[in-house]
Design a protein around this ligand. Sequence first.
Ligand code: SF4
Length: 205
Amino acid sequence: MLRVAHRLPLTEAEGPGRRFALWVQGCALRCPGCCNPELFEGAGGEILTVARLADELRAAARAHDLDGLTIVGGEPLEQLPGVTALAEAARAAALGVIVFTGYTWGEAATLPGFERLYAALDTLVSGRFDARRREPDVGGRRFIGSTNQRLHHRSARYADPDLWAGPAALELRIAADGTIALSGDPALSRRVLPVLRGRGPRGRE
Ligand code: SF4
């Protein structure tokens, strides 16, 4: 089982290429300036089976010609068994897997079960978001919040630095019911959200 906050069947703003993105619910790390404070609460979101999420992932991969899965949060390592099972299902479907964690590599490596998760990943992005060390708009890394965060490439799939270079990106989706959803760079979201809230029914980061 996984406690899930949001999921997107297709995004190009949460890692290289076309991806399914899943935000887990719950994070005890609570970095100052985190762009997802609504995901801190461990009792929120909805509890879904990994089997259901894996079915959704495979269907999205077929429908959208996806390259991979990104798991972000919230804190994925607080739900290691479920995150590992979903990563393994993605890997079995020949999809690339990226996980963003607020744990440092040293912290993550001490967690029981982390080794099995890492074996199912292509790339782990580690470290707390540090608002004092944001990635610069120009010359910074895409998809990464702050300069202290580290990329660990277990495979060569996303190891090319060019995949992580470039300007920050923001995606905006407007559903048939008028719901507006943003994903991608949090700093851009913060600039755009007040505009959208003045014009649209609702928005979320
Ligand atoms: S680890 Fe991630 S989700 Fe948790 S507080 Fe830090 S930036 Fe936010």
